[in-house]
Design a protein around this ligand. Sequence first.
Ligand SMILES: [Zn+2]
Length: 234
Amino acid sequence: MKKRIFLLLAMVVFFSLNLPVSSLAWHDETHLAIAKVAGYYKWYNAAGPDIAKIKAGAIEQHNHYVNNPPGWVVTPKQVMDQVERYNQIDETGHLYGAIAASLRNYLAETKKGKYAEYHLAYCAHYVGDLSMPLHNTEYDAFNKKNHSELDGIINDGVLDHLDKIKIYPIAIDSEESLVKEVVRIANLSMELGYKLERENRLLTKDEAYSQISHSASLFKAILEYAGKRKAVTE
Ligand SMILES: [Zn+2]
């Protein structure tokens, strides 16, 4: 009996430590749709970083969001400061730095002639999370209550409606220009997140498609910058 109670307690502690701490994400198919429309030929790897979370825990989870307070303005400096926190434990999150860091890793490993594809898959996923409004706001009561539902808002059928994801031109020719685009999308996503909170509502489907269109457009530009776009055969 004692043993059972201990086991139960251990489970409670385990699950309370591992329950989603601002670490959910667009659901799998939504991530895949973003990567596919961006033209990533390994689009099917884009949900992988969420798979990594169940084993890596906080080391991976904290790469998927940033807890910006209301009224905050994301700056290039904030993004750059987060780069060195990639794969570190840091409850406030460092999604923006993770985008730049995973791309850095991809480029560095490619230069060495190594198989670098998984770094780009991480980048594809983080760029997807960037447009999820609640990945850019504090993990407050509103976020906790609505996060999961919002994550899945267009997931059913998104792969059958790729035409609703609209690519617009973004040009990236340096890390600096990448950071500028991350800042732009982070701010508009964060503002939308707090707007939802003020209006106490979820995203509309149209809003969700327009959000992931930002991610797909940015990731397409990243692929072009990384020299990968030409490899797309589809
Ligand atoms: Zn994620």
